[in-house]
Design a protein around this ligand. Structure first.
Ligand SMILES: [Zn+2]
Length: 305
């Protein structure tokens, strides 16, 4: 499935710029004197970080796409890294630099979208994981900040079984938390939401209010246009464009800092819990080894009870 060996130069330049901007913001979350941000660790300290993190690292997966008329292109990128950094403060792990290669074909008609080809998005994520593992990170945690990546990242986890690996990939997949949902519901003002609406606008207001242009939130419509409502029991790739051609779903104007702060706190609690459980887990790698041993010699796999 993988074709291209070259990462486009533009991607590397953009990544470097974002890393610099993130570093310049002065947030240096850490455990003691050890930074959690990958790019802030010295090479000798990286060895200590791998040990302290129990060989774990989060890759916060974002994207570059329109977020309504009022939020920045990097909304998912910026928000998911904030979530990862907050969780890493609660339970130490290394947080990989901003990562924006993912599935976003559905927004190609909007200015600013960077939609890489499928083989490249698969290959760069795989090679990033391979390189982390070569550096001693044997448990890689993917935290998704972008709805369009959901199926891609699940598929990516599945294809890790294609050939033997000495590391495991875990996707953050929080179970529904009724208590958290009740707390959030009390602050929520709108029902239609999903992209640059109340929740994402609130989250950005909570930690980067300077990037929110609330006065422009009603310049475009975030209504569901239901242009495929006659189609029954069918999934088709154009579904999102059919509903939200402005690449906006919900009402950003309803955004408020309090809601965003609560959402970030609750989510980072769950992510910290996941990090803790991944650090303690020995079973996944044990089972993977057993599986790959069996896959090498399937005729020797026991067929009896
Ligand atoms: Zn988003």
């Amino acid at each position: 499935m993988r074709r291209s060996n070259a990462i486009p130069a533009a991607a590397l330049v953009a990544l470097a710029v974002i890393v610099c901007v993130a570093a310049a913001s002065g947030q240096t979350a850490g455990s003691g004197d050890l930074p959690v941000r990958y790019e802030e660790l010295t090479s000798p300290d990286f060895i200590k970080a791998v040990a302290r993190s129990a060989s774990t690292c989060i890759i916060p997966v974002g994207i570059l796409e329109k977020h309504g008329p009022h939020l920045p292109l990097g909304t998912d990128l910026i928000d998911v890294r904030e979530l990862a950094l907050r969780a890493a403060k609660k339970e130490y792990t290394i947080v990989f630099p901003p990562y924006f290669v993912g599935q976003i074909f559905e927004a190609k008609h909007q200015p600013g979208t960077i939609a890489y080809s499928t083989p490249l998005m698969q290959q760069i994520l795989q090679e990033t994981c391979n390189e982390l593992a070569r550096n001693g990170v044997k448990k890689i945690i993917l935290v998704n900040g972008h709805g369009g990546n959901t199926q891609f990242l699940q598929y990516f986890c599945q294809v890790q079984l294609a050939c033997r690996k000495d590391y495991a990939v875990f996707l953050y997949d929080p179970s529904d938390d009724d208590t958290a949902n009740e707390k959030l519901a009390k602050l929520r003002k709108t029902t239609l939401d999903g992209h640059a609406g109340e929740e994402e606008t609130s989250t950005m207001l909570a930690h980067r209010p300077d990037l929110v242009h609330l006065d422009r939130a009603e310049d475009q419509s975030g209504e569901d246009q239901k242009r495929l409502s006659r189609l029954k029991h069918a999934y088709t790739g154009i579904w999102w464009y059919a509903s939200q051609p402005n690449h906006y779903r919900g009402y950003g104007a309803a955004g408020n800092k309090e809601f965003g702060e609560l959402a970030l706190t609750l989510d980072s609690d769950l992510l910290a819990e996941m990090i803790r459980s991944v650090k303690a887990d020995t079973k996944t790698l044990e089972l993977q080894k057993m599986f790959f041993d069996g896959a090498d010699k399937p005729l020797e796999t026991k067929q009896s009870k």
